[in-house]
Design a protein around this ligand. Structure first.
Ligand code: ADP
Ligand code: MG
Ligand code: MG
Length: 253
């Protein structure tokens, strides 16, 4: 579903991703862990097509398409969803307006009929109930005055409404209390655990992985994947730390 091959990317002439190769088939939840500054967020931004991130080598194929040739809105319409650590606030625009426009612009780009107001409202209420977000929150301006946990729930509602084929979630668990963490984890499971979908889940901590059980765990260090294993790798990291595991890797090499 997602095939990243020998990806090199730089910011302001500084190489951040340095030969990153990773394949995620449909049906897989793949967690990426790694120390600060390893390039995890850079990977998410490059996949999303954020300006300023220059790919200098390598390729990314998404569902048979050359992802890097697509504009960010085309990537979204193709079914790629990105969730970030710090959701933006949009004063003056309600969640409902924002989400309806986001969904309908993607539907138009795919040649599908936009949803009517009534159809959209029903979908939004269903997804809010699934994520235990008070439906009144949908009327409020996007993220304005939301608590950290409410922002995350709202982001999961957004993911549920857009119903992507593939989600890249960058430290979506950071700063969450244990209840919000469970809501986000359950949300990811409810929306994205599907044989036809895939998830790249970037996290610093094992605790989200106790709710969203990953099929694979990879360690990203200095811009490349240095090790891939099963869920036990996350536990090993939590117990031993990156330094111990990475110096063992260097000794193997
Ligand atoms: P991670 O998410 O794994 O903590 P990042 O992808 O955020 O790592 O950052 C990787 C490296 O890129 C770090 O050394 C960071 O300082 C650098 N970096 C990130 N963004 C920029 C930027 N806009 N300009 C210059 N360097 C950056
Ligand atoms: Mg970081
Ligand atoms: Mg980061």
């Amino acid at each position: 579903m997602l095939k990243i091959h020998n990806l090199h990317a730089e910011i302001d002439g500084k190489t951040i991703l340095n030969g990153l190769t990773l394949e995620i088939p449909a049906g897989e939840v793949h967690a990426i862990m790694g120390p600060n500054g390893a390039g995890k967020s850079t990977l998410a931004y490059v996949l999303g097509g954020r300006p300023g991130y220059e790919v200098t080598e390598g390729s990314v194929e998404f569902m048979g398409q050359d992802l890097l040739a697509l504009e960010p809105h085309e990537r979204a319409a193709a079914g790629l969803f990105l969730g970030f650590q710090y959701p933006v606030e949009i004063p003056g625009v309600s969640n409902l307006q924002f989400l309806r426009e986001a969904l309908n612009s993607q539907r138009r780009a795919r040649g599908e009929e936009p949803l009517t107001g009534g159809e959209f409202l029903k979908l939004a209420k269903d997804k809010a109930a699934l994520l235990k977000l008070d439906p009144e929150m949908l009327k409020r301006h996007v993220n304005v005055g939301f608590s950290g946990g409410e922002k995350k729930r709202a982001e999961m509602v957004q993911m549920g409404i857009l119903d992507p084929q593939f989600a890249v979630l960058d430290e979506t668990d950071s700063g969450l209390d244990i209840d919000a963490l469970r809501v986000v984890g359950d949300g990811i499971n409810a929306i994205m655990r599907d044989p036809a979908k895939g998830v790249l889940l970037i996290t610093h901590y094992q605790r989200l992985l106790e709710v969203v059980k990953p099929d694979k765990v990879s360690i990203l260090s200095q811009g490349r994947i240095v090790r891939t294993g099963g869920p036990e790798l996350a536990v090993e990291l939590e117990n031993e730390g990156y330094d111990a595991i990475m110096s063992a890797e260097t000794a193997h090499a």
